[in-house]
Design a protein around this ligand. Structure first.
Ligand SMILES: [Zn+2]
Ligand SMILES: [Zn+2]
Length: 335
């Protein structure tokens, strides 16, 4: 063996040793019941002021730890800039949401996910595709997975969700997804949307919350159900370790100000991860809620239907006052 070959062999051996050592260490965390640690970037892809002049990769792929991958859609690809999560077990993988872009030419989500899936017995690991809820920005990528072998897509309508996970007493009860050496608990969390689910991963101690809790506008469909969901999740987490709460979007800057709706540029973006304290703050926030809008450092509560109704009412009052003024003006002129 020549020196160069020997050096290459030694370096490859030390890479393999490091990889094995990392694997042993992570398994040790799991065996001890401690969440497997991971890293989050200080800054995600924040889009651009001019997406044409500064083209962006449509998907940012971040490995939190070897078996947990976070994908972020560029705000340039779609203003919703969804976060998509891939959890890999030893028998199966789970994809939480498929994002806001349907066209595989604009964003090859399925291809990217398949490349990330490890092989077992010479075949790609089976994949389950689930959704936090039925809103289109969380399932537009579904058709990319439709005809793939060993991929199962959970229905997005409420009867389909209930039947798939076996929720007989919705929104009570917890379902479990066994990925092999890794269990993901599924918790009904209606309030933003009737079909909403949160996912708790026992490997990393992360709670994936979709649009239920995130550094963004929390759009309320049913305030009572939302508060009840928060209380159920708080109760569920009482006996569990929680490392991070990771949601579906970031719509706030670091100072807690929301970006303009539809913005493709998120300068100085708020961190993605929220904490147990943010979750604990939800029920009291709902108790104080005026039904329209409330701003907190890490999220904004807003009821779009109530706000629209209030705006409609204001427009009607202004039009009424204007019409009355015009009527009086015309009467005075005639007189
Ligand atoms: Zn939504
Ligand atoms: Zn959403």
């Amino acid at each position: 063996m020549r020196i160069a070959e020997l050096r290459c062999f030694v370096s490859r051996s030390s890479d393999a040793a490091l990889f094995t050592l990392t694997g042993i260490l992570l398994s040790a965390f799991a065996a001890l019941g401690e969440p497997v640690p991971g890293t989050l970037p200080a800054q995600w892809n924040i889009g651009a002021e001019d997406c044409v002049a500064s083209p962006q990769a449509p998907l940012q792929v971040h490995t939190y730890e070897p078996q947990t991958v976070i994908l972020r859609q560029s705000p340039c690809a779609n203003f919703e800039a969804n976060f998509i999560y891939l959890l890999i077990g030893s028998d199966k993988a789970l994809l939480i949401d498929t994002g806001a872009v349907a066209d595989p030419k604009a964003m090859s989500l399925a291809k990217t996910i398949l490349e990330l899936l490890p092989e077992k017995d010479g075949k790609k690991l089976p994949l389950l595709v689930a959704h936090t809820h039925r809103h289109l920005d969380h399932r537009a990528g579904d058709p990319q997975f439709a005809s793939l072998p060993s991929v199962e897509v959970v229905p997005f309508d409420l009867p389909g969700v209930r039947a798939f996970f076996g929720f007989n007493d919705w929104p009570n009860g917890i379902a479990h997804i066994d990925l092999g050496g890794r269990t993901v608990d599924v918790i009904p969390t209606p309030g933003h949307n009737q079909t909403h689910l949160a996912f708790y991963d026992d490997r990393t101690g992360i709670l994936f919350t979709g649009d239920f809790l995130m550094p963004a506008r929390l759009l309320i469909e049913d305030a009572g159900a939302y508060r009840e969901s928060a209380l159920r999740v708080i109760d569920f987490l009482k006996t569990r370790q929680l490392t991070h709460i990771l949601g579906g979007h970031i719509e706030l800057n670091a100072a807690g100000r929301a970006y303009r709706f539809g913005s493709h540029y998120h300068p100085n973006e708020h961190r993605l991860e929220l904490t147990r304290a943010d979750l604990a703050g939800l029920p009291p926030a709902f108790e104080r809620f005026n039904g329209f809008y409330a701003r907190y450092p890490n999220y904004i509560l807003t009821n779009p239907v109530h706000n629209l109704a209030a705006l409609g009412f204001i427009v009607l009052v202004v039009l009424g006052v204007a019409a009355f003024g015009l009527y009086r003006f015309l009467r005075r002129r005639r007189a």
